[in-house]
Design a protein around this ligand. Structure first.
Ligand SMILES: Nc1ncnc2c1ncn2[C@@H]1O[C@H](COP(=O)(O)OP(=O)(O)O)[C@@H](O)[C@H]1O
Ligand SMILES: [Mg+2]
Length: 247
């Protein structure tokens, strides 16, 4: 497998001399889902933020599509075809749904090799076909939507960009189980269209089921990894052991 994204021995943290991530090595294959699981505070979101350049590693390398992107300026990750759906909302609540959806595209239009207005119109049509609720609500303020609908805007925004890699951090947190099911369907849709996904979700069983390869992060270190078959059987017992906890 030639990995699309490689974290090679990455250490990183929020303050000097205190590393939250300690020698993390992770590979994300193109076009499939890679899962990342671990307890609260293990450093999963820190991995996402480090990939996007919000944190600069104290050591180690991050490679994307063969290029070194270690410490990349966060606003330029989209130019590399990487899209980040953070755990918390990234929407502008006072702006309409459609204006929120349009924001990353406007950036891509301004590039020399960018999208044309016709491309954008096509993509909107396709996206509204996949997320019909958003077509109905396109003039509503994003802040007036329900939590599940706001998550839908986040995914539709990513879908419009057609990234090669989408980083998805705890997409189902705080959502009703039925809405969470929809979120997993959107992730499946992305993967079926060859977008690579790095997925963090507290629903460990679901992550294992959806992923081609899974990493377990404990206290900033990768403590286990493998295909879904390695996580079969008594998942609960195994995950307890992998996370290094007794309860
Ligand atoms: N902005 C921050 N400043 C300082 N420490 C942080 C910050 N964000 C997270 N941390 C710390 O980093 C560790 C990992 O957090 P995080 O990556 O959010 O974990 P996870 O996503 O796995 O729950 C935790 O100990 C947390 O307290
Ligand atoms: Mg987190």
């Amino acid at each position: 497998m030639t990995a699309l994204l490689v974290l090679d021995n990455v250490s990183a943290g929020y303050v000097a001399d205190i590393d939250i991530l300690r020698g993390v090595s992770v590979k994300v294959a193109p076009g499939v889902i890679t899962g990342l699981i671990g307890l609260n505070g293990a450093g999963k979101s820190t991995i996402m933020k480090t990939i996007c350049g919000f944190l600069r590693p104290s050591s180690g390398l991050i490679m994307f599509d063969g290029a070194d992107i270690t410490g990349i300026a966060p606003h330029t990750v989209i130019d590399r075809s990487i899209f980040y759906i953070p755990q918390e909302s990234s929407l502008f609540n006072f702006m309409s749904v459609e204006d929120n959806l349009r924001l990353p595209l406007e950036h891509l239009v301004r590039r020399a090799d960018g999208l044309t207005r016709a491309d954008i119109a096509d993509r909107f049509e396709d996206t509204y076909a996949k997320f019909p609720v958003l077509k109905e609500k396109r003039r509503d303020k994003a802040g007036d939507l329900s939590g599940g609908q706001q998550k839908m805007v986040e995914f539709a925004k990513a879908y419009l960009v057609r990234p090669r890699l989408c980083l998805v951090d705890e997409p189902s947190i705080g959502l009703a189980p039925k809405v969470a099911e929809e979120v997993y369907q959107w992730i499946g849709l992305f993967a079926s269209e060859q977008t690579a996904i790095l997925l963090v979700d507290h629903n460990v069983r679901r992550v294992v089921k959806m992923s081609t390869y899974i990493y377990v992060l404990s206290l900033g270190e990768i403590t286990a990894q493998g295909g879904p078959e390695a996580f079969a059987g008594d998942l609960h017992e195994q995950v307890k052991a992998w996370l290094g906890i007794n309860f």
